[in-house]
Design a protein around this ligand. Structure first.
Ligand code: RTP
Ligand code: MG
Length: 140
């Protein structure tokens, strides 16, 4: 298995509750290394662009409003099969379905305010990383 990168967001419900460190610790304990990180306030345009794939979904407008409701921490994570390692430790989208010990089971407030985002493929990871980071901001 190769060392790869993925893209993570610590969402506004989590930054509001001061969980940036706790969630980052769970990512690190899962074998992932933070090779880039910044706390930002996303603009509406940025959030709409990031979630463009969901533009036709009924929850799109609520999701964009939620994602700009407070600061987020965007991160690039590196590790063995990083996309899978990250999604495994995040748990299911709906915290009611998430396994014990996952980030979403531990911290999520709802299916929307679910504390963390993680890319769902290597291809999308590369697109999402480039959406928020310049190459020189990532130090492996
Ligand atoms: P993510 O993209 O954030 O890592 O989450 P995911 O793959 O598990 O979920 P996805 O289907 O890509 O949905 C993106 C985000 O939209 C919100 N959502 N709300 N109200 C709803 O039914 C609903 N479904 C999804 C969540 O914040 C989800 O993470
Ligand atoms: Mg997704």
């Amino acid at each position: 298995m190769a060392v790869t990168r993925t893209f993570s967001i610590i969402k506004p419900d989590a930054t509001r509750r001061n969980l940036t460190g706790a969630i980052t610790k769970m990512l690190e304990d899962a074998g992932l290394r933070v090779v880039a990180s910044k706390r930002i306030q996303m603009t509406k345009e940025q959030a709409e662009g990031f979630y463009a794939v969901h533009a036709e979904r009924p929850f799109f407008n609520d999701l964009v409003s939620f994602m700009i409701s407070g600061p987020v921490v965007v991160q690039v994570l590196e590790g063995e099969d990083a996309v899978k390692a990250n999604r495994d430790v995040m748990g299911a989208t709906n915290p009611a379905d998430a396994a014990e010990g996952t980030i979403r089971k531990t911290f999520a407030e709802s299916i929307e305010a679910n504390s963390a985002h993680g890319s769902d493929s290597d291809e999308n990871a590369a697109i999402e990383i480039a959406y928020f980071f310049k190459p020189e901001e990532i130090v492996g």
